[in-house]
Design a protein around this ligand. Structure first.
Ligand code: NDP
Length: 248
């Protein structure tokens, strides 16, 4: 097992990529606290699945936009699960629109959730990791934050921000044996891309060299690697998981 008896926090753990990361961590021996915004039913189902695996979990309806709530996420995790070793900042949203049509609220909601959410949770978690001189952080960004994408100025800005944040933090906390890395998925089959028009999806698929959209397992494999000792000399990096769509 990769993460036997470690304690992890995954934000946005109830659906899609986050849910798959939670289950991977539990299957690899970790106890997992996960946050969500609205999906209480999914949270309950996930708790049951983790119980079946034989690990402990904590489901918290905590909005990552709220700094005090993020503090509660960290404190309750430490109190209920007995520590903190791993943080995966995964919660994210899109509000795609051409810039000329984008409302201030659509800009702000995406920045607050995707970028400030990473600050809020990491700022509260880092104190514990620094004190114990140990910890691993993976932040989920996007190819949009590297290559840009039309109608995603808000999302791309938030995801590019996460990469800059992670590089800076990686340098800052490396002396304390803490690694910080990013994953940048391309198109992964979750609710997030379910709303895209079918003809657009078909066109996109043809442009992906590996000829398919990603699966959540394509992301969890890379999360497992980055959090494991196999990646012990890797920090401040971003791994792209996009089937070759944005080869640089
Ligand atoms: P989903 O929409 O399937 O799930 C998003 C998760 O984030 C849900 O659990 C949701 O909770 C939670 N969440 C949303 N807002 C908040 C908030 N304010 N506070 C706490 N939790 C919140 O997304 P994906 O699984 O597709 O995406 C996961 C991550 O991967 C995101 O950061 C996304 O940007 C990134 N990504 C996804 C890609 C894709 O193609 N799917 C591509 C590139 C990056 P609730 O269920 O309660 O709403």
């Amino acid at each position: 097992m990769f993460f036997k008896d470690k304690v992890a926090i995954v934000t946005g753990g109830t659906r899609g990529i986050g849910r798959a990361i939670v289950l991977m961590l539990a299957a690899e021996g970790a106890d997992v606290a996960f946050s969500y915004l609205k999906s209480t039913q999914e949270a309950e189902g996930l708790k049951q699945e983790i119980k079946k695996i034989g690990r402990k979990s904590l489901a918290l309806q905590i909005d990552v936009r709220d700094f005090e709530k993020a503090k509660e996420l960290v404190e309750k995790t430490k109190h209920s699960l007995g520590g903190l070793d791993i943080l995966v900042n995964n919660a994210g949203i899109t509000r795609d629109k051409a810039l000329m049509m984008m409302a201030k609220e659509e800009w702000q909601e995406v920045i607050d959730t995707n970028l400030s959410g990473v600050f809020n949770v990491t700022r509260n978690a880092i104190v514990t990791l620094l004190k114990q001189k140990r910890g691993d952080i993976v932040n989920i960004t996007s190819v949009s934050g590297i290559s840009g994408m039309g109608r995603q100025t808000n999302y791309a800005a938030s995801k590019a921000g996460i990469i800059g944040f992670s590089k800076s933090l990686a340098k800052e906390v490396a002396p304390y044996n803490i690694r910080v890395n990013c994953l940048a998925p391309g198109f992964i089959e979750t609710d997030m891309i379910a709303g895209l028009r079918q003809d657009y999806k078909e066109k996109l698929k043809q442009e992906i060299p590996l000829g398919r959209f990603g699966r959540v397992e394509d992301v969890t494999g890379a999360v497992k690697f980055l959090l494991s000792d196999a990646a012990g000399f890797i920090t401040g990096q971003t791994i792209v998981i996009d089937g070759g769509l944005f080869i640089q």
